[in-house]
Every structure is written in structure tokens, then in C-alpha cells.
Design a protein around this ligand. Structure first.
Ligand SMILES: Nc1ncnc2c1ncn2[C@@H]1O[C@H](COP(=O)(O)OP(=O)(O)OP(=O)(O)O)[C@@H](O)[C@H]1O
Ligand SMILES: [Mg+2]
Length: 300
């Protein structure tokens, strides 16, 4: 297990009040008498031209297949926020809270997770952060494995047949074909977390991410799942142009820095390439030399 620490005080805010979640959306859907029909009856309205009620946002949650939760597998894959045996999970709770606050201040929802080079801990951060966020049951959290150069979220979560992200982004499959929801579990991982994984490398990943079909696929996801926070696990910014190609689809960047591995020049060069107009939400120092620290450097 990694010995991860943070230079910030840990917060434990899991006891927050729980407002209506996706289950409630399900019960709305199965309501035997839709509100519009009732209104019309009351007013004696019979017009056949009445505009139909738009489909409820977030309506697809009840239809998502579930991701089984295997505590041993998650622990072996360093998903320390799942079992919470390792006190280092507190660092992710701090990151979660700061991120949620920053996003709320600006009315943002979509976070790109990248790093200058490979193996800095993007997927490690993305999955741990998503599980930490899932315990905010006030929020619907989405994690998408958009690293189509090296997809690995499914492996980390122990899902054998995750499907193809490329097919979803290009409109060949729908939201309920790819997204899965964390099932009820003894670890108290929130079930308001949906994950879209991927099992194949996409040679034209940047072109797919930039394409108009991807924009439409993401709009469908937002409509059907109505998320509060979306995390995109993306490839390294200096190795590929995927993050730049995808720039219009996210609100800000979480830059993962591999301690003892990433050079300051590489961070600056990665940010320069992304452009000054891309908000930097924070820099996460993962596996700092000497003490394996996970530190959250600064917010936007
Ligand atoms: N803080 C940490 N302590 C110990 N091991 C870690 C830590 N962070 C990441 N690792 C391990 O380092 C390896 C690389 O991490 P990860 O896959 O998250 O990096 P990545 O940036 O997503 O890589 P890629 O660029 O290939 O997608 C993994 O085996 C992961 O379990
Ligand atoms: Mg990765």
C-alpha cells in the first residue's frame, strides 16, 4: 500500500444530508399519473397539440448495469478510497472537497485529468477521486476513461468486459450500453457514481475526441445522467494531442505531477500547449520523492 500523506487537514464530510438521488428519478419515471395529464384534466384541456413533457434529466440511472465491488481487487490496485483502511484516503477527501468548491464557485462540472508524461498517476487519482466523490451522495459523479491510448480504468476496477469508448463517442452505442453504476456494496461506496470504461486502444483518439459525434455523445450522457461532476481520465499532454483536441469539452484541468519524475519544465510546457484560456483547477503531487506524498498544490 502506498504511504500517502497530504499537507492539508483531512476533512470527513460524509455525514452530509442526502437529497433526492437517481433512485428518486426512477420513482418519478414510474409514477402512474404524469403531472401534465393531471394538469390538463384539472383545467379541462383537451388540445392534442399540447407539447409533450420532456424526458426527465438523469432518467437512465436505473437502467445502468452495475459494477461489482471486490474489496480485495480494489485494494491490490491501490484504490485506497474504497476500503479506507489506509489513512492516506483522507488526502483524496481533501482533494474532493476543494475541487467541488472550486467547481461550484464557477458553475463548472467537467474536469480533465492529465499529466505531462506517462505513469504519473492519472488513473490512480481519477479512480480514487471518483470513489471519494461518490460518498457525496448529494452529487452524481461520472468517470470516463478517455485515455484511449492506454485504457486502464476497467482493469483497476476489475471489470472484464467494459465495452468500447470509441463506439460510444462515435454514436454507435448508447449511454446505457457503456456506462455502469457502482452496485450496492458493503464498503459504502456511493451508488451515484457511474463509470464509462474502455477495452480497446483507439488509433485515431485525438480525431475522435475532437469530432462532432463526441460532442453529441457527451450531450446525450449529460441529458440521460444529469451529472454534477464529470471526471475525464485523459492521456499525457506532452505525448499526444488528445487533451488539446478535447479542450472544448471540459471546464478545467487537474494536472497530475509524478513526484521525482516530472520536471517543472514539463509542467510548464504542458500548460503552455494547452493554452492560457484553459483553467488550471489544481496540481496534484503524486508519489513525491521520499515520502510518497499526495499533495494538492493550488486551485484556480
Ligand atoms: N501514490 C502512489 N503510490 C504507489 N503507486 C502508485 C501511486 N500512484 C500510482 N501508482 C502506481 O503507478 C502506476 C502508474 O499509475 P497510473 O496508471 O495511475 O498512471 P497514469 O498516469 O494513469 O499512467 P498512463 O500514462 O500510462 O495512463 C500504477 O501501477 C499505479 O498503481
Ligand atoms: Mg492512466
Amino acid at each position: 500500500m502506498p504511504d500517502i500523506s497530504t499537507d492539508m487537514a483531512s476533512t470527513d464530510d460524509d455525514d452530509v444530508a442526502r437529497p433526492p438521488g437517481p433512485e428518486d428519478a426512477a420513482s418519478t419515471q414510474t409514477s402512474p399519473e404524469p403531472p401534465r395529464a393531471r394538469d390538463q384534466e384539472d383545467q379541462g384541456a383537451t388540445s392534442p397539440d399540447a407539447t409533450p413533457e420532456p424526458p426527465a434529466p438523469g432518467r437512465s440511472w436505473p437502467q445502468l448495469a452495475s459494477i461489482p465491488v471486490d474489496a480485495g481487487h480494489l485494494e491490490r490496485n491501490l484504490i485506497i478510497t474504497a476500503t479506507r483502511h489506509d489513512p492516506a484516503h483522507g488526502a483524496f477527501d481533501v482533494l474532493r472537497t476543494r475541487l467541488v468548491n472550486t467547481l461550484a464557485e464557477h458553475g463548472w462540472t467537467r474536469v480533465a485529468i492529465t499529466s505531462p508524461t506517462r505513469d504519473c498517476g492519472k488513473t490512480f487519482t481519477a479512480v480514487n477521486l471518483a470513489i471519494s466523490l461518490s460518498r457525496y451522495e448529494t452529487h452524481r459523479t461520472i468517470l470516463m476513461d478517455l485515455d484511449m491510448r492506454n485504457p486502464s480504468v476497467a482493469t483497476v476496477l476489475g471489470v472484464d468486459d467494459p465495452g468500447s469508448m470509441g463506439d460510444f463517442l462515435q454514436g454507435r452505442t448508447g449511454v446505457t450500453d457503456l456506462f455502469r453504476r457502482v452496485g450496492r456494496n458493503a464498503l459504502n461506496i456511493g451508488t451515484n457514481l457511474a463509470v464509462a470504461m474502455n477495452d480497446r486502444v483507439e488509433p485515431y483518439a485525438a480525431e475522435v475526441l475532437r469530432g462532432p459525434e463526441t460532442k453529441l455523445a457527451l450531450a446525450r450522457m449529460v441529458d440521460e445522467l444529469d451529472p454534477d461532476i464529470v471526471l475525464f481520465d485523459l492521456p499525457p499532454a506532452l505525448a499526444f494531442d488528445d487533451v488539446i483536441a478535447f479542450k472544448d469539452q471540459f471546464d478545467g484541468i487537474l494536472m497530475i505531477v509524478g513526484g521525482g519524475q516530472t520536471k517543472p519544465d514539463e509542467v510548464h510546457e504542458a500548460m503552455r500547449r494547452l493554452g492560457e484560456d484553459v483553467p488550471l483547477l489544481g496540481v496534484v503531487l503524486n508519489q513525491a520523492e521520499g515520502d510518497d506524498a499526495l499533495g494538492y498544490s493550488y486551485g484556480y
